[in-house]
Design a protein around this ligand. Structure first.
Ligand code: PAF
Length: 277
């Protein structure tokens, strides 16, 4: 079946097939991580819709909205090769009315950890994701674990607003040397890429420890050892559902998350751990 490219909401409405629909929301610049999301979607639904939209609402004025990589033709090839049925690629005008007033508030969860560094980011993410849900009407939607807090706030929106959509988290895809795949990796020079490897190295080292204090200290030491070319934003060990920091008495699943700037590129990464009492 050939790929249908819907450039606006009317074309999208016509493209909807019968059976179950899985949505893979993206901002384009698709890489192997996105391929794995599309494959996971295909395994679960009759029709896969990939949205490609660089959402202005989730970028602060000082962030990389204007230079965010836009590789539409290559993205279509990825979607075609992975067997997606529909690409929904609306314009900003089609997505947002010029007089729009209402948006989604991500609550306290949207103001901590990544949200503390990027005020308003998760409100922008939730607003566009809710709109995509309303336009595509998916049975399920797939998001990468790489954006762990995004996944958590989306799960929370679905629960709090009673949205009839299953949210599926898909594992982070990494380069053989550990670097998590990201559309922003293409900004890195060869030297910066070497420095950036400290993020995944720190997460691996932290994950080998047993207590939250030791996990934080060991990961922190690896990041400090990377030197001044790595500008650490945060290292956090949090409950995956609330993104609140966990203490030494905590038992259960936890996310060790890191954000750092290497050169002009801001990178995030995380690993999921299981903490014993
Ligand atoms: O993860 C992303 O690419 C974006 O945040 C998303 C979910 C497509 C919303 O714009």
């Amino acid at each position: 079946m050939d790929l249908i490219v819907a450039g606006n909401r009317d074309d999208l409405a016509k493209a909807r097939g019968t059976g179950t629909v899985a949505l893979v929301p993206t901002m384009g610049a698709l890489h192997d991580g996105h391929r794995s999301l599309i494959r996971a979607a295909r395994a679960r639904a009759d029709q896969v819709v990939v949205s490609i939209f660089v959402n202005p609402l989730q970028f602060a004025p000082n962030e990389d909205f204007s230079r965010y990589p836009r590789t539409f033709d290559a993205d279509l090839e990825v979607c075609r090769a992975e067997g997606a049925g529909v690409v929904f690629a609306p314009s900003a005008v089609d997505m947002y009315r010029p007089d729009r007033q209402v948006s989604v508030c991500s609550g306290e969860m949207g103001t901590i950890v990544e949200g503390a560094s990027r005020p308003g980011h998760f409100d922008g993410v939730l607003t566009v994701v809710l709109k995509l849900f309303n336009l595509v009407h998916p049975d399920l939607a797939i998001f990468g674990q790489k954006d762990a807090q995004q996944l958590a706030v989306i799960r929370r929106m679905v629960a709090d607003l009673d949205l009839p959509i299953e949210i599926v988290g898909a594992p982070t895809v990494r380069e053989p040397d550990g670097l998590a795949l990201s559309s922003r990796n293409r900004y890195l020079s060869a030297g910066e890429r070497t420095v950036a490897l400290a993020l995944s190295r720190a997460l691996r080292a932290g994950a080998a420890e047993l207590t939250p204090s030791a996990i934080r200290a060991t990961a922190r030491a690896v990041l400090d050892a990377a030197g001044p070319d790595l500008d650490l934003d945060y290292l956090a060990l949090v409950d995956p559902a609330t993104f609140k920091e966990v203490g030494d008495s905590y038992a259960g699943s936890a996310v060790l998350a890191v954000a750092a700037r290497v050169g002009t590129t801001r990178l995030i990464d995380n690993v999921v751990l299981s903490l014993r009492p």
